[in-house]
Write a protein that binds this ligand. Structure first.
Ligand SMILES: Cc1cc2nc3c(=O)[nH]c(=O)nc-3n(C[C@H](O)[C@H](O)[C@H](O)COP(=O)(O)O)c2cc1C
Length: 305
């Protein structure tokens, strides 16, 4: 047992995080929505809802559907567009304290690069390139399944960024995740995050139709955790020195610790915040307790390989 306070802080691609716990995209709004519910300042980082160049209304019909130990969503990247985000949301988000990650999406390479250009000149700390959204017809996950397609968007986005680091968010639906990650690293990604949601299906037996208008939707929550963990492990094995941010079903500090031990540099928490908004605060406390108990001094000592 060590009596000094462990150091939970870390640096990813030049960005300082006071601890490794980050709110996942699409599950924490633009941060200020939660400011009256939890002490948002304690978080390591906040990742915004997926942003696009132009506003998007999102998908019609059912958008959320619960499954055993999981949540299916088909939001369809509803967001006010980058201009409104930068003008209205970012100042509020910035003032909260945690590192700010902007999750960027698009339906074409031009849209991605234009969005990246705007974010590069803004006050965000990092860009998370979303090439893994399963809920939009154009763009999104279609760039995140095949290494060449991933390269075709990551490379031009990297080229327009001169101030901000780039993290690429990978899809667990890619047939060869390591090959996909390698393409992103070769294209200049400074960090990788995984996993986005798994493509899944639900059928309403009363209407005898799929629950979602787009037929499939993205599955998240505890149901996906062991698969996401295995993917983080495999990427750490393939890229021993890459910055890797792991997520997928993390709901408690034991889950977060599994990811950190498997080699994640930091973690994100999504669906669990809907169930219990203080989850991330409790996870930070749990990681600290574990480090004290097991005599870890800094967060970088946790990975077991
Ligand atoms: C309602 C909802 C909306 C989401 N929106 C986005 C998004 O806009 N961009 C993105 O990259 N991921 C989005 N995600 C995926 C999460 O950021 C995360 O990758 C995924 O849910 C797995 O983590 P979890 O099991 O902790 O929720 C969304 C997830 C949910 C549940």
């Amino acid at each position: 047992m060590n009596n000094t306070k462990p150091d939970l802080s870390l640096v990813i691609a030049g960005v300082n995080f006071k601890n490794p716990v980050i709110a996942a995209s699409g599950t924490f709004g633009y941060g200020s929505e939660y400011a009256s519910i939890i002490d948002v300042r304690k978080l390591g980082g906040i990742c915004t809802k997926g942003l696009t160049l132009m506003p998007r209304a999102g998908n019609r019909g059912v958008r959320l559907h619960e499954t055993p130990a999981g949540l299916m969503n088909s939001i369809g990247l509803e967001n006010p567009g980058l201009e409104v985000f930068l003008e209205k949301e970012l100042p509020r988000l910035r003032s909260l304290g945690p590192a700010v990650i902007a999750n960027l999406s698009g339906s074409s390479i031009e849209e991605y690069t234009e969005g990246a250009r705007l974010l590069d000149a803004s006050g965000v700390d990092m860009i998370e390139l979303n090439i893994s959204c399963p809920n939009v017809k154009a763009g999104g996950m279609s760039f995140g399944l095949d290494p060449e397609a991933a390269l075709s968007v990551t490379e031009p986005v990297r080229r327009v960024l001169s101030h901000k680091p780039l993290m690429v968010k990978l899809s667990p639906n890619a047939p060869d995740l390591v090959a996909l990650a390698r393409a992103c690293v070769n294209a200049g990604a400074d960090a990788l995050s995984l996993v986005n949601t798994f493509k899944a299906l639900a059928i309403d037996i009363h209407t005898r139709k799929p629950v979602f208008e787009n037929i499939s939707a993205g599955l998240s929550g505890p149901a996906i955790r062991p698969i996401a963990l295995r993917m983080v492990w495999e990427l750490r094995e393939a890229f021993p020195s890459a910055a890797i941010v792991g997520m997928g079903g993390i709901s408690a500090s034991v889950d977060a610790l599994e990811f950190l031990l498997a080699g994640a540099s930091a973690i994100q928490v999504g669906s669990a915040t809907f169930v219990h908004p203080a989850t991330m605060i409790e996870i930070i406390g749990g990681i600290e307790e574990y480090m004290v108990k097991h005599d870890f001094h800094s967060i970088g000592e946790l990975p077991i390989r």
